[in-house]
Write a protein that binds this ligand. Sequence first.
Ligand code: ASP
Length: 439
Amino acid sequence: MKKVVKFGGSSLATAEQFRKVGDIIHSDPSRQYVIPSAPGRRFSGDTKVTDLLYQTYDAVAAGEPYEELFREIRGRYEEIIQGLGLDLDLGEEFQTIEKNFLAQIGRDYAASRGEYLNGRVMAAFLGYEFVDPAEMIVFHEDGALDADMTKRTVAKRLAGVERAVIPGFYGAKRDGTVTTFSRGGSDVTGSVIAGAIHADLYENWTDVSGFLCADPHIVENPEVIDVITYQELRELSYMGAGVLHEDAVFPVRREGIPINIRNTNRPEDKGTMIVDTTCRKPRFTITGIAGKKGFCSMTIDKDQMNSEIGFCRKVLQVFEDNGMSIEHMPSGIDTMTIVVHQSEFMDREQQIVAEVHRAVHPDQIFLEADLALIAVVGRGMKDQRGTAARIFAALSHARVNVKMIDQGSSEYNIIVGVKNDDYETAIRAIYNIFVMTQI
Ligand code: ASP
């Protein structure tokens, strides 16, 4: 059994958190490859080291005083090193970093030092080999990951390495320029490493006990999802349920490796297991609910639209020409509706309306703003009678008017459109009917 274990910033913000991480790693010998993030917030209102690094680098670029910020960053690491009682001096590292900041060698380089230094501390703390991802995680010139090359170099570099600490978040282009993933990208590093070495499990340790069935800001103490498929996860994450970086799924999914989301502060909790496919029935009919506000719809009516070949294509072409991605497209015989992100649409509203007029000569165009979309997701809904009925009965009892419905024939997902103002009420009503009634 071989595991890759990634620890997020809040799991590594203080010496005390490092100790918890050490206990977790030592309690299971198969936890061989450790991916640390940079130190995160120690308390609410605190600043993540990554943000301090960006600020420092930008201050240097602007010719402003940066020394205080730089000292603050150094202080964060020293606090951890002292708290752990380690005999580690990062003085030379900080000199090199300062020199490189002054030479303005790159913002990505600046941000990456958070993980780099935390990796140094973690390797010293655990007595593991330190492996710099700049040696093996390869980016293309345009900043995208070179997945094939990376897989080969990681497998080669780690062959024969029994235990290692590999900082998250960055790698390098072929010319050696340090490059990062987008924010939260240590999740991706863990996934890339797990995929390349064919790990049995990728554990992602954070500060929550897994994926929740619904947003805890809306539903009080929502249940934790015990098992979720990659497909369900994708649907929920797209709708804003975020614990894991979006790109962290693909490298492990391709290799059939599950991800286990765990809580560093509650290691006894089993967390959420993310799997490719499973026979295990979900605890409730639905796996989870997620949603987003801020959509708007354009409804286009035209008599005998159904017999006008190419009508939809012409409308969609207008949106494509305006660089707009379409979220949903419910339709009737003589009507079609396009649902898009309101903030993107507003900039080009009149232009798009005019172009649709010219493209298809509709009888009328009707715009509606301030919509929210709610995704009710679950493999348990397949072949199950009455799921939609329960959703709509619950919404009706909660006095929520449904503006739009969309269900794919995969039966994994029912999307409901409501007014922004009804969003929270709707989520609570759906959660209650499926989770609180336990059917
Ligand atoms: N430290 C980086 C960030 O704050 C990457 C990570 O934590 O995954 O975004």
